[in-house]
Design a protein around this ligand. Structure first.
Ligand SMILES: Nc1ncnc2c1ncn2[C@@H]1O[C@H](COP(=O)(O)OP(=O)(O)OP(=O)(O)O)[C@@H](O)[C@H]1O
Length: 273
């Protein structure tokens, strides 16, 4: 579904954000990119929808290489969920969710806001499926809590039934309980549709609870790639330079990850110093 082929990113000021990252995310996988601030998570996710062009290597979505010429074809196949929600605060919940359909609409219809009945019905169904009630439909987004706003963001991301969703620290600005609820919702929506998700997070506990696979970055390089239960305190130390506050909860019986692709037994890569 998503392939990063030896990608590197060196920004104009010389910052090396990514350094030779190779990663293949198969269809249907919930893959969490974990790392401390500045590790390169956002850069990696932004490469996957063409917002950042790698200075080395290439990215393919569904086998199509991301390039200026292919972006119009690829973008409607990717749903985006943002840390700061990126909603139009003065607009209603319904209008924000409908905006998720814009990338696939002819420009003139998009400009006039000419959504079809099918699109309106779909938006209503999505709003309900993310746990918002009918009375929320015409409420301004600015009146909602952070957790409710991110539910709107999730509904918008699924409006075109994209096979791939990129979630860039979707719970970074939410409290722990709301973070858990929102990630659970995202995971449920993705599982229901077989959607592939690449999601960046800071919180190891959430990564271990919801990911099929964890890819940990440190200083732009992959230092771990494997199943949550293989994520040992040693790896945590490598990423964050300290021990976890509480031991991550591994998957238990009946809650095994569906798909995982450790690079080799145990999923450990050489640990960067
Ligand atoms: N446009 C830019 N120009 C220069 N340097 C940048 C740019 N964007 C990001 N960087 C740098 O690249 C490195 C990786 O940044 P990135 O935002 O990808 O990390 P991150 O893991 O997402 O961090 P955070 O968790 O704080 O969002 C950092 O050192 C950052 O300062």
């Amino acid at each position: 579904m998503l392939n990063f082929d030896s990608v590197a990113m060196r920004y104009a000021d010389g910052t090396r954000a990514l350094d030779g990252v190779s990663l293949q995310v198969p269809a249907g996988q919930f893959c969490v990119v974990l790392g401390s601030s500045g590790a390169g998570k956002s850069t990696l996710l932004r490469m996957a929808n063409g917002l950042v062009k790698p200075t080395q290597g290439a990215v393919q979505v569904e086998g199509v290489q991301i390039a200026a010429a292919s972006l119009a074809r690829i973008r409607p196949r990717i749903g985006m969920i943002h840390q700061q929600f990126n909603l139009v605060l003065r607009s209603t919940v319904a209008a924000n969710v409908l905006a998720g359909a814009l990338p696939a609409m002819p420009t003139w219809r998009a400009l006039l806001g000419l959504f079809s009945d099918a699109q309106r019905s779909k938006a209503c169904a999505l709003i309900e499926s993310v746990g918002l009630q009918e009375q929320h439909l015409l409420r301004r987004v600015s009146e909602l809590s952070g957790g409710q706003q991110q539910r709107v963001g999730i509904a918008r991301a699924f409006m075109l039934d994209p096979p791939l969703v990129l979630a860039d620290e979707p719970v970074a600005s939410l409290d722990p309980q709301t973070s858990h609820d929102v990630l659970s919702l995202l995971r449920g929506q993705a599982r229901e549709r077989g959607t592939t998700v690449l999601c960046s997070l800071h919180q190891i506990e959430l990564a271990c609870e919801f990911a099929d696979r964890i890819v940990a970055l440190r200083q732009g390089a992959v230092v771990f790639d494997g199943a949550p239960e293989a994520f040992e305190p040693k790896v945590f130390d490598t990423i964050y330079g300290r021990a976890p506050a509480s031991a991550p909860q591994p998957y238990g019986p009946g809650n095994e990850p569906e798909a995982m692709l450790p690079l080799h037994a145990g999923g450990m890569l050489e640990l960067a110093q």
